[in-house]
Write a protein that binds this ligand. Structure first.
Ligand code: NAP
Length: 561
């Protein structure tokens, strides 16, 4: 039997709810926050179910992270064919990718194509931020307010806010003082930015910084790269997609998607069951050389145990360090670029096109922030321990408050006035990465403690939306008003997430994966490391077992509370 709802908390009587007759409150079935991969598909799916929906997007148009990340060189690091929707066979046939790894303009064009083809824009308010979402216990609905002063009420709230949507400035004093042109990679201007003859600084050498450096280095007068932790990066070896290949893919999309859904990474990538030390040293070397030549993430898939066997991992890391030494002319620069002290692939592996070669150019200068740290920003540039570097332009590629930042950035208030900020103060908690104890009818796509950044975000988004749609359909059929996970189910899921994470090397590096890049943030690896297939199986098992771990309340019970 469903449990009786708890007594209504005063803070759950949301201001702006039906009590205020003057405010035009719109009543909806579902509010969707975000118009990236998750939000767009959610809007489509729920509309096709006949639900009344409203989406909100802080950006000016569809695309999520690809709307904002217009920096030079921005490009996806998964094959475009994998990094696209599978829910519409028509879109699969009508859209043609031009490159193996699409650049940002093509990704944005894809979003536009999908939005137009399925007429999705009309469901979103763009340039609109949700400032609060408050659960009204008495009426069993969410009261959602936006920065435009509008109020909406919805039975369900779907947070498709993405794991990487809150850019983070570096914790260095004086940014306001800087009088040159300040550019944030994650909030890049829409107009073209030219670097010819300019003294340009780039702070950050993660996936973003690497793409920026290799591109801006081509034209900048002088480029100063401020590196604290070097990343391991491997050749992308991007190429145009030949028409015959694309035609072949289009004939076999169904099978390709099936393979992706049944894989650990949610994509079609080389994978092996071979243990590193199961083959001879010369075979290992040959396999690594082949992977390097093939490019992409081939190396990660060459051996099965790279994320669980530290010695195997270190040998692969040393192989990449050797490659850096071969490419970079100046041994001192090469040495600074060689990552040490953390396992390869524990930070997001980067893919580049001529990144290390960039440091052979006379206009490119590498500053090692470990020996010459940035002290402050000045009016003219950056002051490091050894002196001031004057810059016409400063590019921040300093990452994101990942996984949890978006939902903790505004007021999300569940039962008894309990906020997401409180719920996550010691680290993100959820059941199946989809819902939280105490937050009825609030769903997340690609949420913390799901596979999040460890599998293909499009596959996870589609999976999560389908599961949410299934739950809403089930509730409609059964006359149920609310769904919420139990504390016990959330605890058990968190135990599993934690236990699995102990078996990998992923938490052995200071990264956004573990919250190390944000001062004061709870540390831990809030991601399901068991792989996408196992994640899908866990979700399906819960659903097929009568929504194990969830509590439903009936319409009349919720209304009578
Ligand atoms: P990131 O990986 O978190 O890198 C941020 C960089 O900024 C790090 O090198 C960091 O150094 C540096 N940094 C921060 N504060 C600093 C300071 N005070 N002084 C010096 N350096 C500082 O962020 P990102 O590069 O934006 O990438 C985030 C994620 O976005 C990636 O992991 C990936 O999942 C995704 N992404 C994907 C693509 C793609 O598909 N190709 C492209 C871009 C991003 P420390 O490490 O020492 O803190």
């Amino acid at each position: 039997m469903p449990s009786a709802p708890p007594a209504s908390h005063p803070s759950n009587r949301a201001p702006g709810s039906a009590a205020s007759p003057s405010s035009p409150v719109r009543r909806l079935d579902v509010v969707v926050v975000g118009a990236g991969f998750g939000g767009l598909y959610a809007a489509y799916k729920f509309r096709e179910m006949g639900l009344k929906i409203q989406g909100f997007e802080a950006g000016g148009d569809v695309g999520g992270v690809w709307y904002w990340n217009r920096y030079p060189g921005a490009r996806v690091d998964l094959p475009s064919i994998d990094y696209s929707y599978s829910f519409s066979p028509e879109i699969e046939q009508e859209w043609t990718w031009s490159e193996q790894y699409a650049a940002q303009p093509e990704l944005l064009a894809y979003f536009n194509f999908v939005a137009e083809r399925l007429d999705l824009r009309r469901h979103f308010q763009f340039d609109t931020r949700v400032v609060s979402a408050v659960w009204d216990e008495e009426r069993a609905l969410w009261v959602v307010k936006t920065n435009r002063g509008d109020t909406f009420e919805a039975t369900y709230c779907v947070m498709a806010t993405g794991p990487l949507s809150v850019p983070k400035d570096p914790e260095i004093p004086g940014l306001d003082r800087y009088r040159g042109r300040l550019l944030r990679a994650g909030r890049w201007p829409h107009e073209e930015v030219r670097f010819e003859g300019q003294r340009v600084g780039v702070i950050g050498t993660g996936s973003t910084g690497i793409q920026v450096v290799q591109e801006v280095g081509k034209t900048a007068g002088e480029l100063f790269v401020f590196q604290r932790t070097p990343s391991f990066t491997m050749p992308m070896r991007n190429q145009p997609l030949e028409p015959e290949y694309v035609a072949e893919v289009k004939r076999h999309y169904a099978g390709i998607r099936e393979m992706a859904r049944n894989s650990a990474v949610g994509g079609v990538r080389p994978q092996s069951s071979r243990a590193f030390f199961s083959v001879t040293p010369s075979q290992r070397r040959q396999l690594l050389d082949d992977a390097w030549k093939n490019g992409g993430l081939a190396m990660l898939g060459t051996f099965a145990d790279l994320m669980i066997n530290p010695e195997a991992n270190e040998q692969v890391a040393e192989f990449v360090r050797g490659k850096i030494g071969e490419v970079v002319d100046d041994p001192k620069t090469a040495d600074i670029l060689k990552p040490r002290g953390y396992p390869i692939f524990a930070r997001r592996p980067c893919l580049d096109t001529g990144y290390y070669e960039t440091y052979n150019q006379p206009n490119v200068h590498l500053i090692d922030c470990n020996t010459d740290g940035i002290v402050e920003f000045t009016e003219k540039g950056v002051r490091t321990e050894s002196g001031e570097i004057e810059l016409d332009m400063l590019i921040l590629a300093t990452g994101y408050d990942g996984l949890t930042g978006a939902l903790m950035a505004f007021d999300v208030v569940g039962r008894d006035g309990h906020t997401v900020n409180e719920h996550w103060k010691d680290g993100a908690r959820s059941y199946l990465g989809l819902m939280m104890d105490g937050f009825p009818n609030l769903f997340m796509t690609t949420g913390p403690n799901g596979p999040a950044a460890l599998a293909n975000i499009v596959r996870i988004s589609e999976h999560d939306v389908d599961l949410i749609a299934g739950a809403i359909t089930h509730m409609a059929q059964q006359g149920l008003a609310t769904i919420v996970p139990t504390r016990q189910a959330e605890d058990e899921w968190m135990d599993l997430v934690h236990t699995l994470s102990q078996r990998t090397l992923l938490s052995k590096a200071k990264t956004w994966y573990v919250g190390a890049n944000v001062k004061g943030k709870a540390q831990g690896l809030p991601m399901f490391t068991g792989g996408f297939l196992k994640y899908r199986e866990a979700c399906a098992a819960a659903v097929n077992d009568g929504y194990r771990g969830f509590v439903f309340e009936r319409q009349k019970e919720a209304a009578a509370a």
